[in-house]
Design a binder for this molecule. Structure first.
Ligand code: BG6
Length: 507
């Protein structure tokens, strides 16, 4: 049992694998930004734990380079000076049980008394099980001296059995309430906003179902290629890297039922239910419901197999077998080395059931389209039809738009890790994946990966870096009777605004 007064205790964030990329690029810049906003609890300390022979000074300087490069807004040297005094380095081997008593001792000295602790696993994933076991064996998970929370980065396993095993190991040492499984997409302001948008307004929810929605598209396009993560990527591929986590989470937020409260478990129960209702795609059906691609040049990347079949682009056509979504396709599309970075959700509504206007032959009314911009165009756009002025019956598609930057200012969107780190500190697990959701997502994804690796795999289409991806993706969605939706700019930037309008020919 944790003592009652843990809220008054100082907190130590212990980062395992502290000399890795994540610490410099995301964790420390986010913590520094929170410090500058005055949002960190007083007495917060950060202890980096890794093997390199660093002193506190060297470690702080190493982090400083990252902060200068990645922190949002201007860099304040005086604030860094003050903040960095709370960062210490402890040297040790993550996998060596014998090093943990030394870590415990160093933390005890730094803390000088009872303290709460966050154990942040920022190392590469093969260390996750051993760090957890070592924390257990060194009796560092017990809450007699303050609360203990453990944060696990993605990837959480590489298939269902490994995820189940990792959960088993974690839960043999920690309680589920102490565990925070990160999916940084859930920390994105715009991903969080999906629930506010849906359930903080009355006008969307009544039409948010198969009666009014025609289909849904979720696109996550990246302009970057696999870069220095090629070694990891060639083992993972885009389905494990993006679909199993970020895509499943966005899908769950779009498709879930309203929860009765904003409590972590109430929300997570509803998200889990959606994932449980996903219609399985068997390995031998994958060619029908999935498309895969690889950008030209990927195989020439260092640490990538010269004949690699790993997809860097994929599309999945998914169905949710429940009352709300029966028969409505969800197209999930992700890729690397594409035209531009764009993550957006497009919800296309059904066309009006009866057209009373005299449309030109072959034309139909454009259906309403709701676009939720996750990044970089953070906001929402609703497309609808209006009458062209001074005409009899010409129509034009227009948009109502909301941009976070316009309303809240250009720097209003914080780094997603800021929200996640704050939530860990206050013990709010709403934005973290629960055991069941992770395993359900893997249960759905596993046969797809098996199918993509197996005899019945669809062809691997090669696309040009900097392109929209394989042209076959257009054919894939067309076969299902749909077309890719997009707003101007962004990934499908070839579109013209005029595409959305039609005019009655002059008489
Ligand atoms: C990570 C993936 O989880 O998300 C990367 O491993 C990907 O491959 C990244 O580039 C994208 O995150 P964001 O926040 O830039 O969209």
């Amino acid at each position: 049992m944790a003592p009652v007064n843990t809220t008054a205790m100082p907190v130590t964030i212990v980062i395992f694998g502290a000399t890795g990329d994540l610490t410099r690029r995301k964790l420390i810049p986010s913590l520094f930004s929170l410090y500058r906003k005055g949002r960190l609890p007083s007495g917060l300390r950060i202890a980096g734990y890794a093997r390199r022979p660093y002193s506190n000074e060297i470690f702080r300087n190493y982090l400083l380079e990252g902060v200068q490069e990645y922190v949002r807004g201007s860099f304040d040297p005086a604030a860094w000076q003050a903040f960095s005094q709370n960062i210490v380095y402890v040297r040790g081997d993550l996998s060596n049980t014998e090093d943990y008593p030394g870590l415990q001792l160093s933390l005890g000295e730094i803390e000088g008394g009872p303290a709460n602790r966050v154990y942040y696993l920022a190392s590469s994933p093969e260390y996750f099980p051993i760090v957890v076991k070592n924390l257990g064996e060194s009796r560092m998970a017990g809450e007699e001296e303050g609360w203990r929370r453990i944060v696990i980065e993605k990837p959480f396993g590489r298939d269902l059995p490994s995820a189940v095993e990792l959960n088993r190991i974690i839960l043999s040492v920690f309680q589920e309430s102490q565990v925070y499984r990160i999916d940084h997409y859930l920390g994105k302001e715009t991903a969080q906003n999906i629930l506010f948008f849906r359930f903080g307004n009355t006008i969307f929810e009544p039409i948010w179902n198969r009666n009014y929605i025609d289909h849904v598209q979720i696109t996550m396009a990246e302009s970057v290629d696999v870069g220095h993560r090629a070694g990891y990527y060639d083992q993972a591929g885009i389905i494990r890297d993006i679909f199993q986590n970020h895509m499943m989470q966005l899908l769950a937020l779009v498709a879930m039922e309203p929860s009765s409260s904003f409590e972590a478990d109430a929300i997570r129960n509803e998200k889990s239910k959606v994932l449980t209702a996903l219609r399985p795609i068997a390995a031998d059906e994958v060619a029908k419901y999935a498309l895969r691609g690889q950008y030209r040049g990927y195989r020439g990347t260092e640490k990538v197999a010269p004949d690699s079949q790993i997809p860097t682009y994929a599309v999945l056509q998914i169905y949710i077998d429940n009352w709300r979504w029966q028969g409505i396709p969800f197209f999930l599309r992700c890729g690397k080395a594409l035209t531009a970075k764009t993550t957006e959700i497009n919800i296309q509504f059904r066309r009006p059931p009866h057209v009373l206007f005299p449309l030109p032959p072959g034309r139909d009314i454009k259906p309403n389209l709701l676009t939720i911009g996750i990044q970089p165009d953070e906001g929402a756009h609703l497309r609808f039809e209006v009458k062209n002025p001074d005409t009899t019956a010409e129509m034009h598609s227009v948009e109502m738009s909301f941009h976070y930057a316009d309303v809240f200012g250009p720097d209003s969107i914080p780094e997603s890790y800021e929200r996640l780190l704050l939530d860990i500190l206050v013990g709010d697990a709403s934005l973290f994946a629960r055991k069941d959701a992770i395993e359900t997502a893997w249960r759905f994804i596993d046969p797809i990966i098996k199918g993509l690796d197996g005899q019945a795999a669809p062809p691997l289409y090669i696309y040009e870096p900097g392109s929209r991806g394989p042209a076959e993706a257009d054919e894939f969605i067309a076969r299902a009777g749909y077309a890719w939706l997009h707003r101007c700019g962004g990934h499908d930037s070839t579109c013209e605004r005029e595409e959305y309008s039609w005019k009655k020919p002059h008489q």
